[in-house]
Structure formats: structure tokens, C-alpha cells
Design a protein around this ligand. Structure first.
Ligand code: C2O
Ligand code: CU
Ligand code: CU
Length: 498
């Protein structure tokens, strides 16, 4: 159903190229015809050395999203290099088997650079996973989902001129899979597949479901396999999140077709109501509306596959999660509010990114476990007397300039895909009391609270308690909104492990 077909080869993009010095070509998979970087495959315990030469006409640095590495290897914006310069990464892979990824992290330009093609998968395997005999090789398939817009010259078009586009984050007009316009996969009847889904979009979330009504079987999340497969009628996948999915085609006849689709969610007006009609000017883009169904991935079932006897394991992984009682601040969680600040900017606890600045409340101790309570914009409804800044005062309740239910506070709320560098956390609690009823109704069965994660999709009004442990490395790391336009506008801060 994609009508605009643009040849990938004519599109000007940025690209990561890679070659193998030590190891075999199996470590590297280049997706043909794609603008994306390579898929890098490593084992837990491998020592990795990456030579990064910047060949784009802008400062940049590479971040290894989800990996437990030192500050020097984490791609902090303070380490950006200019065109022609080189940066060496050297680290041991300490993470569990899972689907991680890499992308640029220069302050203010991450959104544009990821958009133009700088992103790739970093896939880790380990001994525990090997024993499971999960689908491998051609049965282990990356599925990077991104939305993009092309201009009349068949070139990627990033943002319109309107401030509105930046405030809400980039939304594209069509879906690309693995950096290609062709979103079909030809798979074998009877085959069993592992699909590694990454939402590599700048700001868009997806409500994913199979169009034949079958449940989605989830094997793993950001930080690796779940304890056991989880069946879900649909799945919410926010920016930067990964989910590994089991696909069993044994009920599919040859020449049939199934689709992974986005199901409608009422998100279009979130934060856009006032900005669309009012002071921010109109959005210039004809992006895919959230509130309609569209295709993500089309699977054409062809001749029989060879791995038809592969079995879905009943148990996948054994691990202990962190318990609230382990946390040094269990009665008094560190709280971070992601919200619109007084100066029409996206903030965390009222602050924006300021180089290597770290506030008192952003300093943590090595070898401790903590609970971080993150919430989306709740100060607008919880503190009606706050008059500070242009968003204060009369914009609450129904006395404000928008009137009606919720008032300006809610109108200025948007989802924030929150990401923490350097570690994987467990989710202790997801509180949706203040989430809009319709939005929650349409999404609540799509969230996964189990396992190890590094990115969560925080709906307007939502509050989550995350538990994490600071280990092995002291130093400066980032936490931020992974709506890349929000991040570039400053919705990013450091935390320091001392
Ligand atoms: Cu994928 Cu700091 O981000
Ligand atoms: Cu990251
Ligand atoms: Cu955000």
C-alpha cells in the first residue's frame, strides 16, 4: 500500500561503514540497498575495538545504546569529533544476549543525523541463549522500523519550518523497514523466525499487531530475553525500544500473506491542539496520523522453510531482578519530571541540557541500587498554585486559555520516551491514574513491565518507578527523552556516578 516508491540509491544519506579486522564476516551483516549502518554481532565477553572515523560534514560521536560501558565509550556529546577526525572505542561486552543498537549523540543534531541514516544494530549472544536453539542465520531477522518523508527530489526531508514540528518531534509520511521502502519479507511456510524489532524512529511510537488477529509472542526486550515467552494481543513500541518476537508460520499456507500493522491510538491531538491551531503555527507535514491503521511489515509466505521443527522454548532465561528493598532510597525515590517548561521548552525537573553540568539530585553512588520515579508532566495538575513562567497560573483546569477538560496543562503534554544510559533497569511500577482514559484504554495491554530495559514510553500523566544499580564505572552518563527532537532541544541531562 506504499504508493511513493523512491529508489534508495538516489537518496542522499549519511552512512556508517564497517569492516572486520579480527573475527569473521559473520560478525557483520550489511543490509543490501539500505541506508542504515551494519548489523554487528558479538558474544558476551568479546573485547570490541571500533575505529570511528567521522566522514560527515558535522560534529558527531557514536553512542552504544543499552550497553554497559565506561564514560569514554558511551558517546557523550563532550567527546564529539569533527569531520576527518577519528575516535577509538574499546570495551568488553558485558551485557546479556539481546538486541542493542548504535547511533550518533552530538548535542542538538542527533535527530537529524539518525534521520539521515546513522543507526545500526548491535546484537549480543551468550551461552545461556545458545542452549535454547532459537532461530538463527536467515531465521533471525532484524526489523528496524522508521518513518520518513521524501521531498519532490526523492531526498529525505527532515523537518518542516514550523516550530510545531520540532516541538512535537519528527513524524514521517511513510514507513521504512531496515532502511528500505520495500517493507516485505519473503519467508518460508512452516518456518520459525526470530524478528528483532527496533523502533528507530525519531519520535513516533507504534501499536503493533498481526492483522490476522493472532497474538504477538514476545521473547525479549531491550536488555535481553524475558524469563518466558509472553503473548500479547498488541504491543506498544516507543522510540529506541527493542522487542524480539517469535513468528511461527506453520499455520500459514504457501502464498499467503500476513501483516504487522499499526493500530489506531488517540495521540494526534496530544500537545498538538494548541500548537496546531495557535501560537506555534501549523505543522507543514502530512505525516501518517496516529489515529489510523497502516502497514508496518508485510510477510509473504513462500516455499517451505527448513527449520520447521524448531520449538518455542517454555522458559527462556533465568535471572534475578532488583527488589525495592535493595534500594537505598526505597522510601524516598529520586523523582524526575519530564514536562514543558516555562519558556516553551522541554525540560527535566525544570532544567535543560547544559554541557557537563550535573545537579545535586543527579549524583549517585557507585555500588548502590536506587529507585528513580519518572513522571510525565504531573506538576501541571498537582500544583495549581504555581504561577511561574508563561505556562503557569490560569492555564490550569478549565480557567485557562484553552478551557475545557484538563486545560492547557494537558494540552501541552506529550509522551516522552525516557532512556537511561549505561545500565538496564527493572520496572517496579507503572501508574496510569493520571493518563487520559481513552489513551490508556487503547494502549494499556501493550506495555511490558518484565525483564531488563533501558527505554520506556512514558505517556502524558504516567508515572513509573524504575530500579537500577550503578556498577563498575564512575563518571558522567546521560538520561534523556528519546524523542530525538526533544533531546536535541535540551530534554537531556547528565547523571554522575561517584
Ligand atoms: Cu539511544 Cu542517549 O540514546
Ligand atoms: Cu543510550
Ligand atoms: Cu520528550
Amino acid at each position: 500500500s506504499q504508493t511513493n516508491i523512491y529508489p534508495d540509491s538516489s537518496t542522499k544519506t549519511y552512512s556508517y561503514r564497517a569492516s572486520i579486522i579480527k573475527g569473521s564476516e559473520d560478525n557483520l551483516q550489511n543490509i543490501e540497498g539500505s541506508y542504515l549502518g551494519p548489523v554487528i554481532r558479538v558474544k558476551k565477553g568479546d573485547k570490541v575495538r571500533v575505529r570511528y572515523e567521522n566522514q560527515i560534514p558535522a560534529e558527531s560521536i557514536v553512542h552504544w545504546h543499552g550497553l554497559h560501558v565506561s564514560h569514554e565509550n558511551d558517546g557523550h556529546p563532550e567527546h564529539v569529533i569533527s569531520e576527518g577526525e577519528t575516535y577509538y572505542y574499546e570495551f568488553e561486552v558485558m551485557n546479556r544476549a539481546g538486541t542493542y543498537w548504535f547511533h550518533p549523540h552530538p548535542h542538538k543534531h542527533t535527530g537529524e543525523q539518525v534521520y539521515k541514516g546513522l543507526a545500526g544494530l548491535f546484537i549480543v549472544s551468550d551461552k545461556e541463549e545458545e542452549k535454547l536453539n532459537l532461530p538463527q542465520g536467515e531465521y533471525d531477522i532484524p526489523v528496524v522500523i522508521q518513518d520518513r518523508t521524501f521531498n519532490d527530489n526523492k531526498q529525505l526531508q527532515y523537518l518542516g519550518d514550523g516550530q510545531m514540528d520540532r516541538m512535537q518531534g519528527f513524524l514521517g509520511e511513510q514507513i521504512l523497514i531496515n532502511g528500505k521502502i520495500d517493507n516485505t519479507l519473503n519467508l518460508g511456510a512452516n518456518g520459525k523466525y526470530r524478528l528483532r524489532l527496533l523502533n528507530g524512529s525519531n519520535s513516533r511510537a507504534y501499536k503493533l499487531a498481526w492483522d490476522n488477529g493472532e497474538a504477538i509472542t514476545v521473547l525479549g526486550v531491550d536488555g535481553g530475553l524475558l524469563k518466558a515467552p509472553k503473548r500479547m494481543s498488541y504491543l506498544m513500541l516507543g522510540p529506541a525500544q527493542r522487542v524480539d518476537v517469535w513468528l511461527d508460520l506453520s499455520q500459514q499456507s504457501e502464498n499467503s500473506r500476513i501483516k504487522l500493522v499499526h493500530l489506531p491510538i488517540p495521540l494526534d491531538m496530544m500537545g498538538g491542539g494548541m500548537m496546531n491551531g495557535g501560537m506555534m503555527g501549523n505543522s507543514s507535514s502530512n505525516h501518517l496520523p496516529y489515529d489510523t491503521q497502516f502497514d508496518i511489515l508485510e510477510i509473504n509466505v513462500g516455499a517451505f522453510a527448513e527449520n520447521k521443527d524448531a520449538q518455542l522454548p517454555g522458559e527462556l532465561s533465568s535471572f534475578n531482578t532488583l527488589a525495592a528493598t535493595d534500594a537505598i532510597n526505597k522510601d524516598n525515590p529520586r523523582t524526575f519530571t519530564f514536562a514543558m517548561g516555562g519558556m516553551m521548552e522541554w525540560t527535566i525537573n525544570g532544567r535543560t541540557y547544559n554541557g557537563t553540568e550535573v545537579a545535586e539530585e543527579e549524583t549517585v553512588k557507585l555500588d548502590t541500587t536506587e529507585i528513580w520515579r519518572i513522571n510525565n508532566g504531573n506538576q501541571f495538575s498537582s500544583d495549581p498554585d504555581d504561577d511561574s513562567g508563561m505556562m503557569g497560573g490560569g492555564m490550569h483546569g478549565n480557567g485557562g486559555m484553552m478551557g475545557g477538560q484538563g486545560g492547557m496543562g494537558n494540552m501541552m503534554q506529550m509522551p516522552h520516551p525516557v532512556h537511561i544510559h549505561q545500565l538496564q533497569f527493572n520496572i517496579l511500577n507503572r501508574d496510569a491514574d493520571k493518563v487520559d482514559d481513552k489513551l490508556w484504554e487503547a494502549t494499556k495491554d501493550g506495555f511490558i513491565n518484565e525483564g531488563w530495559q533501558d527505554s520506556v514510553y512514558l505517556l502524558p500523566g504516567m508515572q513509573m518507578d524504575l530500579i537500577m544499580r550503578f556498577e563498575d564505572y564512575k563518571g558522567l552518563f546521560l538520561y534523556h527523552c528519546h524523542n530525538l527532537e526533544h533531546e536535541d532541544m535540551g530534554m537531556m541531562r547528565n547523571f554522575k556516578i561517584v
